[in-house]
Design a protein around this ligand. Structure first.
Ligand code: FMN
Length: 171
């Protein structure tokens, strides 16, 4: 994937990200999860996207079995209901495809199936993963994002999945 073509999509993608994008893992189960955090960059001489998935998410178990993932970014002010649903309900309890009325979009480069109707799609191959070490995190961030009342008693840390970008495109 060409770095320049990837970079051209980032202003739009990063603007949408805090409002929500959909993460889908490759594999038998298609379960879009809303994400609001990600890293975009160039590492190992190639464009990469890193997504962060807490251990308590159903998506975590799907990502652990996956070789690829895809991030689908809705256009500004679109798909708000779907973002909210996939960010509040778990695929353990709901068939999100059915309940949120989502449709799949076939990948172009071997990534996971994307969410149809989005404006930007980034397909990735998982090349590295690591559990965020809370002992090395800024103490204020740790208290704010991994303090008491998390889904898991150890702070429910995120697993970072680094994906080599296979394809990134406007739909
Ligand atoms: C705007 C928004 C952004 C979110 N970002 C993330 C994220 O980056 N990582 C994460 O683990 N959960 C994030 N969540 C929470 C998950 O989307 C939510 O817990 C979801 O129900 C998990 O679905 P699952 O159990 O089917 O995987 C976010 C939720 C919202 C509403």
């Amino acid at each position: 994937m060409d770095v320049k073509a990837f970079s051209a999509l980032l202003p739009q993608a990063t603007e949408q990200l805090p409002r929500g994008a959909f993460l889908t893992a490759g594999g038998a189960v298609w379960n879009p999860m809303t994400i609001g955090w990600a890293q975009f960059g160039v590492v190992w001489a190639r464009p990469v996207v890193t997504v962060m998935v807490r251990k308590s998410r159903y998506t975590h178990s799907l990502m652990e079995q996956a070789e690829v993932f895809t991030v689908s970014f809705p256009r500004a002010k679109e798909m708000g209901k779907e973002i909210a649903f996939c960010g509040a309900r778990s695929g353990r309890d709901f068939d999100k495809e059915k309940e949120a009325g989502l449709k799949r979009l076939a990948p172009r480069a071997g990534g996971a199936e994307a969410v149809a109707g989005c404006g930007i799609v980034i397909e990735c191959r998982i090349v590295q993963k690591q559990l965020l070490d809370l002992d090395t995190l800024d103490p204020d961030f740790r208290a704010k994002y991994y303090g008491d009342n998390q889904a898991l008693p150890d702070g429910d840390s995120h697993v970072l999945y680094v994906g080599e970008v296979l394809a990134a495109y406007e739909v």
